[in-house]
Ligand binder design. Structure first.
Ligand code: ANZ
Ligand code: ZN
Length: 803
């Protein structure tokens, strides 16, 4: 009997799959299926989250391949980003070298898992032959007016003399040196995602294959608000204050006004008054706070009076103007009317500063204290008041989105260079297509200082203007790395194209991604940006569809001792150690068996052991069956044969349904375990038929192939079959074998269960009635009563209605 030697089996098949390019995808006549897992950042080592993500994808890919699809299943690297640059600053490694080494190590580790990738399509976003096309797409967006420049305050550490990302600012201080971080205005590049706000929201309805929770998160992020804008004149000032409100019905309840501290009028309104100084101080304080700190529900509402008054246009009421932390400059109009009676934040603010509170909506949702608009349903009042403001020429209905344009400039080295130059004569000039890619220079100093490391390469900085041939300076910022991952799924389809980012027709054939799998942490930004890219590329004429991802699966976390595995908690289980101890197949089986894919999964050493024992059990069973000689004791199809055949076909049906439907791999694996128990039982019967066992084993091996691909491949070969198990058709089941010989029928009297009987399946209605009435106990119960009606559900139930 051969033992299960996972180590040599896995090595053997990984080598063969590699050499024969077993998972290479070429165009053919079969229906297409594109399965994609979110590509990793090459941080160095794979973790259990990766194992889970990629094992799920691998089962989907292998299962669909066996079901007759031409499967595209690629893998690559989201290879730009801050960690590589930090390593360069700290240890002096060049980011390129650091990234390449990490990719090599992680690729080796992924291969140890036996994942069915078409490695020929591997891409890395940091390679010039990838970022050339990122730049090409940027230029297309620029041409279309979808990329533009605007001033924006960035976090600046005065002692490190560098720009900090939000995550590098901790409690208002620089993560590295603890100096107080200040804001500095820099010209930044933006992408006009807000042009697509309405479509990004509306198209969520098309995404039937997405989890509702992800769609809700996107919806909230886009944040559509319907309301009105209204102008409130400011006493002694030539301009009005424009506010945005979602509740115009409450305008009679306004008792003060608030401007965002950064609002452009503020300085003019206080200039030369005693309010100038306190306002300046307050503004400075606000600069040091993040938007989240300022607007969180827990944050105390605070502000300062600026010595000015506004006039409520509907009733002439004179109300004080403040600036306050909770009003943001870049939402709505950056100014609000304060209605303490009906807005929680306003009430807190008013209570603190002794501002009046006037009720204008009663408990039934009807307006009060609202002059001629009193006594209306609040919704109707809102519409009428908006109409009145419109008549007066000082207001209108508006729609506001929480979504802002996408700030893509990063003052970093390890990202895609923005392909524009600045010329004193010609202004902002895009680089010509022929001179792409704008290569990242290598002669850069990683001091951690300055606006961007690219400014330290003279060679890079100074160039010729493509327009006038004069002296020009290059853009030294790089792009947000979310840009790289917003179109990688398109490049996988045509990864070696030297003339275009991708071929339009090929992409049309393969898109959308049929199944996208990844962590829920990407539920908002990555998915929203990718959806935006597809729509923007469509409008640039580069592709012809609206949405990139048809079905989305967000996998749960891998927990240990109840919390997420993380270095800081010291509860990490290394995938490589598990693979060395038990093999990749056991690791995969455990991770797929322990929980449904969307749920969190608790690590369990015992369960890993259990999975290992299971594979060994399959192995022993298979070895026993291989050794049997072919002769059956009798040719009669016995009750036991029938039972075995039933168990097999029921398992095929269950596994097929579970895997193809909701990806319930855990219950599919349970069904396989049950089947194996049945096979063991049957195998030890004196009358067992070797042929039936052999064919059952064939189906079993086919069904375990997506989950434990190495073991399945070896068993397939051991059974003397030709070709790879992964090239075979998925087994189908025989409906007839699922018809049981006997069925259990419930007998009711007046709807109450009074008995059960076992009868041959396929018995007629009339016969069922007769059998029920002949039942001893039923006979007694019915005795002396008259039968009014008999209700029969074939194969299930007889209900006797008596009087
Ligand atoms: C008066 C009012 C009365 C409001 C009331 C609400 C309830 P959403 O739904 O998020 O769009 N607001 C407007 N601009 C703001 C800004 N830049 N910063 C902070 N708050 C702002 O919220 C819209 C509401 O948030 C607006 O409607 C305004 O307060 C406030 F019973 O106006 B409301
Ligand atoms: Zn020029």
């Amino acid at each position: 009997m051969s033992t299960y030697n996972f180590s040599s089996i896995e090595k053997k098949w990984q080598k063969i799959w590699d050499e024969t390019e077993a998972f290479k995808t070429v165009e053919n006549e079969k229906p297409k299926y594109y399965v994609l897992e979110m590509f990793p950042y090459p941080s160095g080592k794979i973790h259990m989250g990766h194992v889970r993500n990629y094992s799920i994808g691998d089962v989907v890919a292998r299962f669909l391949k066996m079901n007759g699809y031409n499967v595209l299943h690629p893998m690559g690297w989201d290879a730009f980003g801050l960690p590589a640059e930090n390593a360069a600053i700290k240890h002096g490694f060049h980011p390129y070298k650091w990234t390449m080494e990490n990719m090599d190590e992680m690729r080796t580790q992924l291969k140890l898992l036996g994942l069915s990738y078409d490695w020929d399509r591997e891409i890395g976003t940091c390679h010039p032959d990838y970022y050339k096309w990122t730049q090409h797409i940027f230029l297309k967006f620029f041409e279309k007016g979808l990329a533009y420049k605007k001033k924006y305050p960035v976090n600046w550490c005065p002692s490190c003399e560098t720009v900090l990302a939000n995550e590098q600012v901790v409690g208002g201080e620089c993560e590295r040196c603890s100096s107080v971080v200040v804001k500095r205005d820099l010209e930044q590049w933006y992408l006009k995602i807000t042009d697509y706000a309405e479509e990004l929201l509306a198209d969520l309805d098309k995404l039937d294959g997405w989890p509702d929770k992800v769609k809700t998160m996107q919806k909230n992020w886009i944040g559509k608000s319907i309301g009105a804008e209204a102008d409130f004149p400011i006493e002694g000032f030539d301009k009005s204050m424009k506010i945005f409100t979602t509740r115009p019905d409450t305008i009679y309840g306004v008792t003060c006004m608030v401007l965002a501290p950064e609002h452009e009028y503020v300085d003019q309104l206080v200039a030369g008054t005693k309010y100038e100084e306190p306002v300046k101080e307050f503004k400075l304080k606000m600069q040091l706070m993040s938007e989240i700190e300022r607007t969180s529900n827990e944050a105390e509402k605070e502000g300062v009076f600026i010595g000015r008054y506004a006039i409520n246009p509907v009733n002439g009421a004179k109300v004080p103007i403040y600036i306050a932390n909770y009003v943001l400059a870049d939402y709505g109009t950056g100014a609000i009317m304060v209605v303490p009676a009906h807005d929680e934040r306003d009430r807190e603010f008013a209570t603190k500063y002794g501002i009046d509170i006037i009720d204008v909506i009663d408990e039934d949702g009807k307006t009060i204290n609202s002059a001629e608009f009193s006594g209306l349903d609040y919704k109707e009042a809102g519409e009428r008041i908006t109409a009145r403001l419109e008549e007066m020429g000082i207001g209108n209905k508006t729609v506001n989105f929480r979504l802002r344009d996408w700030l893509i400039s990063r003052q970093r080295y390890w990202g895609c260079p923005i392909p524009v130059v600045y010329c004193d004569k010609c202004g902002i000039v895009p680089v010509t297509e022929a001179s792409l890619p704008v290569m990242l220079p290598t002669d850069v100093v990683f001091s951690g200082k300055g606006e961007s490391p690219l400014t330290t390469s003279e060679e890079f900085m100074y160039t010729e203007c493509p327009c006038c041939g004069g002296k020009a300076k290059r853009e030294t910022d790089t792009m947000d790395t979310f840009i790289d991952s917003s179109w990688y799924f398109l490049r996988f389809i045509d990864p070696k194209n030297e003339n275009l980012p991708f071929d339009k027709q090929l992409v049309q054939n393969w898109m959308p991604v049929d199944q996208y799998i990844g962590g829920v942490e990407h539920a908002i930004l990555h998915l929203l940006y990718s959806r935006f890219f597809v729509k923007a590329l469509r409008d640039c004429g580069m592709l012809g569809f609206d949405e990139p991802f048809k079905n989305l699966l967000t996998q749960g976390m891998v927990l240990k001792d109840g919390s997420k595995m993380s270095k800081s908690k010291g509860n990490v289980v290394s995938p490589i150690e598990i693979i060395e101890k038990y093999g990749a197949d056991t690791a995969r089986l455990f991770i797929l068996f322990a929980a449904p894919p969307e749920r969190d999964l608790e690590w369990s050493d015992q369960a890993v052991e259990g999975c290992y024992r299971f594979i060994n059990r399959v192995w022993r069973l298979a070895s026993d069956i291989f050794e049997m000689d072919g002769a059956a004791a009798s040719s009669e199809f016995t009750k036991e044969d029938k039972q075995m055949s039933y168990a097999l076909n029921a398992a095929i049906k269950k596994v097929t349904d579970d895997v193809s439907g909701r990806f319930n791999f855990n219950t599919a694996i349970s069904a396989l375990m049950e089947l194996i128990n049945e096979m063991y039982k049957y195998k030890d019967l004196p009358g067992r038929k070797p042929e039936l066992l052999k064919s059952s084993l064939d189906s079993l091996v086919l069904m375990i192939a997506p989950f434990i691909p190495h073991a399945a491949e070896e068993l397939w070969e051991m059974s003397g079959k030709q070709g790879s198990v992964h090239e075979q058709a998925w087994p189908s089941y025989d409906e007839n074998a699922l018809i049981k010989d006997e069925v259990e029928v419930v007998i009711q009297i007046n709807g109450k269960v009074r008995g059960k009987m076992s009868i041959p399946s396929g018995v007629s209605k009339e016969e069922m009635e007769k059998l029920a009435l002949d039942d001893g106990r039923i006979k007694e119960l019915v005795d002396g009563k008259s039968i009014a009606k008999l209700i029969v559900v074939p194969g299930k139930l007889v209900n006797i209605v008596v009087k």
